[in-house]
Design a protein around this ligand. Sequence first.
Ligand SMILES: NC(=O)c1ccc[n+]([C@@H]2O[C@H](COP(=O)([O-])OP(=O)(O)OC[C@H]3O[C@@H](n4cnc5c(N)ncnc54)[C@H](O)[C@@H]3O)[C@@H](O)[C@H]2O)c1
Length: 371
Amino acid sequence: MNDTRTAQTSAPRIPADQLHAYVRAIWEHAGSAPREAQLVADHLVAANLTGHDSHGVGMIPRYVDSLRDRELKLNGHASVVKDVGAVLTIDGGKAFGQVVAHEAMELGIERANKLGVCAVALRNAHHIGRIGHWAEQCAKAGFVSFHFVNVAGDPLVAPFGGADRRIGTNPFCAAFPRAGKAPLVLDFATSAVAYGKTRVAYNQGKEVPPGSLIDHAGKPTVDPAVMMQAPFGALMPVGGQAGGHKGFGLAAMCEIFGGALSGGYTTHDDTLQQTNAIINCMLSVIVDPNAFDAPNAEAEADAFVEWVKASPLAAGVERIYAPGEPERATRAEREANGIPVDPETWRQIRDAALAAGLSHEQADGWSVRLR
Ligand SMILES: NC(=O)c1ccc[n+]([C@@H]2O[C@H](COP(=O)([O-])OP(=O)(O)OC[C@H]3O[C@@H](n4cnc5c(N)ncnc54)[C@H](O)[C@@H]3O)[C@@H](O)[C@H]2O)c1
């Protein structure tokens, strides 16, 4: 598991349902309809539950800034701009990604149910957060899915061999559902660490793992401050100095499938984001596993997982995880013990709650109840 999960365990814990209620209250005060506030809270709290604090409630201040900049549009919905049966193109209109991605997956699942497969291109969505959430929505309905995502116009990652930021942290995700069992879910940023994890490390005064960052001069560093204040450095692509060509290649295909094929945009001179908005474009391919001639697919997948887990453990390793298992383990632990939120992140969320329209008394009330 990554450093962020273990580093957070000493922070004060908040029960998931209470944190969910606070997030809903913040967005309802900001002007969201109850369903929108619910979907946003579902997503952010689930990200924390699965251990991805970088994409959890700590995103609220950034979303409130984006709302203030009139970049995040409240109460918007997914709008189908082209429908050719097994291919849907959807515009997110800079509405909450937590709403438009949910709606895009609903439409894609419905179509894949009829046709066996559906490619859904979603463009111009405000931040769609943890991509595993969308793969889990597909898996819950019984569908395999692949997701290629770009973070349009927001370069943070150096290309392999480059020394400045040119690409987004472009996540890739794939999931395989299993009847009566949790799905296998692979979901990662194509940067060596997700940007949000450098924010969490910075807030906690921690270093990031070696091979994750370069400074403004292109020199390797473990100090997350190079991502938070000028002169800015860059994240390395996944694979770092040895295998970074593969991470860079996958990031490039996420950029092109997500940003270009959706009719959205890729990152270059003309599209650099000037505000706090995070704009995601995503190509999702949703497939009915029953459409293949593969009655043993699940048994074969299970046999493979069992086989790799039987490998002798490397020194210092406690167990081998299948894709998605670390998130499930963290979810079980946090559902039982609460979600850790460090004091600096809590302070930032409180400021954002005030900016969203809560009174000081209301914000203090939540702090007293939750801390
Ligand atoms: N919306 C956006 O713009 C955006 C951009 C970047 C990242 N993200 C999200 O950020 C989140 C975090 O990404 P990340 O790159 O930091 O994730 P990460 O480095 O924690 O990797 C997560 C993946 O690796 C697997 N994994 C983790 N530890 C493992 C182990 N010990 N053995 C085997 N498998 C293991 C997990 O099951 C998961 O599939 C993701 O949910 C991603 O979708 C979103």
